[in-house]
Design a protein around this ligand. Structure first.
Ligand code: SF4
Length: 754
């Protein structure tokens, strides 16, 4: 294990480069798959190969020999690992003992190998046959009279075919309870963008990076969370394109980046300076920056400058007058105070925006995880509308998605608030009555568990209980359920925080071959630019007792709905048949699915704003006003700091690859608190002093985390940062984005306790 003494010192090497190469080799060796893993990496993100199981960044049309990044390689290494969690392992460890282990330790134990059932008598997991496991699940589900008492979770790793089957089974069962991982990250994209542009997806493709004249990146750590995008940014910088990073945390990759595939740069230890401009915005200060940019642009328009795309605005939009009035009414002093950015700097970046005829605005959870996250995205659309930055090359909005198929799951029916038209299609195609009532997203599912309304939780992948907020209350709620089922590749917290009855069902992973009676099966993934590509595993499954996710859904359905006329048996054997049904239920999106999939690079789903078609309620792109300057509800407490929970370089969502975060200068410790040195001194604290944090919230629940090592970091005054999920106990389940229910994990009001 990684138990060296923690070390802290700045990382002054470029991101990427030799550091990435070394980290890749280390991950493969740590999992004892240097040869097996290296061979598999040659098939990752390649035609005929498998899609990276990590983030949702698209593949370039012209593939490199090595079409992956350090994070993708780690995800593959930990999936292809030689380490195994067998029945002997469970016989050696009580669940209580496993609960004491770190997330990293659990992850390092390896791949699950056979179905296991929790035995309360011995406090251990014991083997169970697949048939008995499905029968147990069927019994529990059939027992529920109120079908809304069951929660069906979807991880963003779930491929299209499996997500669709999950959506059919759960609706035939009788509920729309679809908590899914996007509820915790890009749900504001799905709920916030449609009122503005008519779709909840990004409108750009990779080639737009080659044609753009300016790139703004709000609240996204590209170098760690979508590293291959660094190649596109580096190419844009080489063209002299301004790249502006707006982030409370200066991230290493935005400062200096070496492209691992650029041999001359690697040999000469050269690097690119990526960001040409950096706005060191206060936590929650993004709205003030956006309003400031709009005000600067509209003041120049008022001064007679031709800075707006009048033709676009007049023909394709509605509502500019209200937005102009709101922006012009803002006070510069308040904008500067709230954003932490000078008027001069905001005007400078507005000028960069005005001088560009094609601008892309990219964003991540630094924007979505605020109490007004969804509406913040609408302000980005306002800015883009002012200069007609939709429906032309090099322009548009780019939600940088975190999980490989999180967008595809939504497209294929995983939606707790489905449109009635979509439900009509399910009824037309499958002939069973579908539930018309909205279901539960993650927040509502956790609340239903807390009140005891929910009785059953089934997780298709993921590590739900570790990913959600309000850890202590969520753990307690999960443990009082009648049944919890974890359908996973690896051991995680969700298996040791479990219901009265609990099952672990091991799956065949993305990089492994799926063989059925109909032969080898391909899955499909929709990436963040709405490109749908096939994914075919190349490795042997980790165990003969691992089962394909699609078959697991079909077997659960058959065990739960014995009278169902849905072709579950056929679906389990033939994924092309599943795609035919997807095309039937979603004809406007997926017509001729299998035919279109024959193209080597798959195909793109239609995103109407790329053609300047805005399928909103008005049929136009809508300028929308968001009052005020604050992205979150102000908190009046002199000791208050805004906590941002972030991921490290050696982490993917709740999966911990190591306890290091080299780009931020941290080795061997995840219980750290990054703090502005002046805020530290103002509280009489020392560098590396160990402190606690307490949430400022008056809901009667005490939320504290202790044992945090204070580290100076160039954060703006008033902001502190620490790792997700370790700091999730500080995040109230009710502290969410109003429109989407996404946890506001980038602005938690806390105070330091010593
Ligand atoms: S950028 Fe994302 S999808 Fe691409 S290899 Fe890296 S982790 Fe995988």
């Amino acid at each position: 294990m990684d138990d060296r003494k923690p070390r802290y010192h700045p990382y002054d090497h470029p991101a990427g480069g030799w550091g990435a190469a070394a980290a890749t080799a280390k991950a493969l060796m740590k999992q004892s798959v240097l040869v097996k893993g290296s061979r598999a990496l040659l098939s990752m993100n390649q035609p005929g190969g498998f899609k990276c199981p990590s983030c949702a960044f698209p593949d370039a049309c012209h593939r490199e020999l090595l079409e992956f990044c350090e994070q993708g390689a780690k995800a593959l290494a930990f999936e292809a690992t030689r380490h195994r969690v067998t029945r002997d392992f469970f016989a050696r460890h009580t669940v209580s003992a496993l609960r004491e282990q770190s997330d990293y330790w659990l992850e390092m134990q390896g791949r699950l190998t056979e179905p296991m059932r929790y035995d309360p008598g011995t406090d251990r997991y014991v083997p169970i046959s697949w048939d008995d496991a499905f029968a147990l699940i069927g019994r529990h589900l059939r027992r529920l009279e109120n079908r809304r008492q069951a929660e069906f979770y979807t991880s963003g790793r779930t491929p299209n075919e499996v997500a669709f089957l999950w959506s059919v089974f759960v609706r035939e069962y009788g509920t729309n309870n679809f908590p899914d991982c996007s509820n915790m990250c890009h749900e504001p994209t799905s709920r916030g963008l449609p009122p503005s542009i008519g779709v909840g997806k990004g409108t750009c493709r990779l080639e737009d990076f080659d044609k753009t004249e300016a790139i703004f990146i709000f609240g996204q750590n590209t170098g760690s969370n979508s590293p291959r995008m660094m190649t596109n940014l580096a190419q844009a910088r080489k063209r002299g394109i301004p790249i502006i990073s707006i982030n409370p945390m200066p991230e290493r990759a935005m400062i200096a980046y070496t492209a691992p595939q650029n041999i001359p740069q690697m040999i000469t230890f050269g690097h690119y300076d990526i960001a040409s401009g950096f706005l060191h915005v206060k936590a929650g200060g993004d709205l003030a920056v956006m309003k400031g940019m709009m005000k600067a642009i509209l003041e120049r328009e008022a001064a007679g400058e031709d800075v707006l795309d009048r033709a676009f605005i007049d023909e394709y939009t509605l509502g500019i007058d209200a937005v102009r009035a709101d922006a012009m009414a803002q006070d510069w002093a308040e904008i500067v105070e709230t954003s932490g950015i000078s008027e001069e700097q905001i005007r400078q970046f507005a000028d960069i925006y005005i001088r560009s005829n094609a601008t892309m605005i990219c964003y991540g959870m630094g924007l979505t995880q605020h109490q007004r996250g969804s509406e913040l995205l609408q302000q980005l659309c306002n800015i883009l509308f002012l200069r007609g930055n939709f429906g032309k090359p090099g322009a548009g909005i780019v939600p940088v998605r975190g999980h490989s198929n999180v967008q595809g799951d939504r497209t294929c029916g995983i939606n707790d608030r489905p449109r009635q038209q979509m439900l009509d299609n399910y009824e037309r195609v499958f002939g069973f009555p579908v539930p018309r009532e909205d279901g539960h997203n993650v927040q509502k599912a956790v609340e239903a568990m807390m009140t005891g309304e929910a009785r059953i939780f089934i997780g298709m992948g993921g590590n739900f209980v570790r990913a959600v907020p309000d850890t202590e209350r969520s753990y307690q709620a999960m443990s009082q359920l009648d049944l919890t089922v974890g359908i996973n590749t690896k051991l995680n917290r969700g298996h040791v925080i479990h219901g009265r009855e609990a099952l672990i069902l091991p799956v065949i992973s993305r990089s492994e071959v799926i063989q059925t009676e109909k032969g080898e099966q391909a899955l499909t993934i929709e990436d963040m630019v709405a490109q749908v590509t096939a994914s075919r595993g190349t490795l042997e499954p980790a165990s003969p007792d691992c089962m394909a996710e699609a078959e697991i859904v079909c077997r659960i359905a058959m065990a739960t709905l014995p009278d169902s006329r849905t072709p579950w048996t056929e679906f389990a054997q033939d994924y092309a048949l599943i795609r035919d049904y997807i095309a039937d239920v979603f004809p406007e999106i997926y017509a001729d699915f299998n035919e279109r999939l024959k193209a080597p690079d798959g195909f793109f789903l239609d995103v109407p704003p790329r053609q300047r078609v805005f399928p909103t309620d008005t049929g136009k792109a809508n300028f929308l006003v968001l009052d005020g300057l604050h992205a979150d509800v102000p908190v009046d407490d002199p000791q208050m700091l805004r906590l941002l929970t972030v991921r490290s370089q050696d982490q993917f969502n709740t999966t911990i690859y190591s306890t290091n975060d080299r780009y931020r200068g941290v080795w061997g410790n995840r219980m750290v608190l990054f703090m502005n040195p002046e805020d530290r001194e103002a509280r009489g604290l020392q560098q590396e002093q160990v402190v606690g944090l307490e949430t400022i919230c008056d809901d009667g629940h005490k939320r504290m985390v202790s044992g945090l090592t204070v580290l100076d970091y160039p954060l703006p005054r008033g902001a502190v940062a620490g790792y997700y999920p370790e700091l999730n106990p500080l995040l109230p389940i009710e502290f969410v984005d109003t429109l989407s229910g996404t946890p506001a994990a980038k602005s938690i009001p806390v105070r330091v306790i010593t």
